[in-house]
Design a protein around this ligand. Structure first.
Ligand code: SAH
Length: 282
């Protein structure tokens, strides 16, 4: 019997089912670049190295929580590849992504942190004579269609809020003095482009109400959405995605990576704590 490709895809989606697989009490912590991950790798206890398809992973304990650390490499394809390998081989209960980004919200400065309430891929859509219209990624092989904005799970956002309280960050020099970095919850957009353009920055603000732009988070969130694994992207600003972005990136990526790693560690500490027992009946 002839089954057209799309029908095969949809029938496979029923065979695969939508049930979330069993997960381990382990948090995956990812970053794009070595400099973002080595800050955490240096603090790992009982570190053990692994590799799948040539991609290295390190397991161990961080802030009392069992973790698997991975460096995704730059861009959406590397991030998707690493996330898929990681979820398939380690079955983490949740994924935290830590790293640096370009600030899109004019109120943000270098060193500030954005915790993604929701995340979208800014370079996926339709390009017509009317211009570019963003669309959520197309249909997955199982027929499901991810939304344009993937929302972060509430429990992880609440944990990030709790973890951020009382954290302090080193002052960052600015043209007029110093800036004390702060934590914001907002919109992150992802695309395969390093944004160093005031025009693109204005467009991303207008189209997505974006607070920050980076190159991996949306891909990680899409894979986690597909596999029903909670995911939270945390980014600290290395630059302002403007004409000085490339220079700023060189000067501020290190301090930004440290700020993001600090909040990530605080979240891991909370994840390590056993949940409070239910109150005793009177
Ligand atoms: N040197 C790396 C590329 C770094 S690209 C390589 O060769 O692979 C910049 C990295 O920082 C990306 O991982 C991206 O997520 C983040 N980033 C920081 N500022 C950015 C900006 N203005 N636009 C897009 N991504 C940015």
């Amino acid at each position: 019997m002839f089954i057209p490709g799309w029908a095969l895809c949809l029938s496979l989606s029923w065979a695969v089912g939508a049930e979330a697989p069993k997960r381990e009490p382990l948090t995956a912590v990812m970053g794009a670049m070595v400099m973002e991950v080595e800050l955490l790798a240096g603090q790992l206890k009982d570190a053990k190295e692994h590799a799948f398809s040539g991609v290295p992973f390190i397991t161990g304990t961080l802030a009392g929580r069992k973790v698997v650390l991975a460096c995704s490499g730059s861009g959406k394809v590397h991030a998707a590849m690493t996330t898929t390998l990681l979820l398939d081989h380690f079955k983490p209960a949740e994924v935290l992504f830590t790293g640096v980004a370009g600030a899109i919200n004019p109120a943000l400065d270098r060193g500030d942190i954005v915790v993604a309430e929701k995340i979208a891929q800014h370079d996926f859509g339709d390009l017509t004579t009317q211009g570019f219209e963003p669309k959520g990624p197309g249909r997955a092989p199982n027929g499901r269609r991810p939304p344009l904005f993937i929302a972060s799970p509430k429990p992880l956002l609440e944990l990030a809020g709790k973890a951020g309280k009382g954290l302090t960050f080193e002052k960052v020099p600015t043209a007029t003095g110093e800036h004390v970095p702060a934590i914001h919850h907002g919109v992150i957009v992802t695309g395969d482009v390093f944004v160093s353009s005031p025009a693109k920055k204005a467009e991303l603000r207008k189209q997505f109400n974006a607070d920050a732009v980076e190159m991996e988070g949306g891909a990680v969130a899409q894979i986690c959405w597909h596999q029903q694994v909670p995911c939270l992207v945390i980014r600290s600003m290395s630059d302002k995605a403007d004409a000085s972005a490339a220079l700023d990136f060189v000067s501020f990526a290190e301090v930004a990576a440290q700020n993001s790693a600090k909040l990530t560690m605080a979240i891991l500490e909370l994840l390590a704590k056993p949940p409070a027992p239910p109150p005793k009946p009177q």
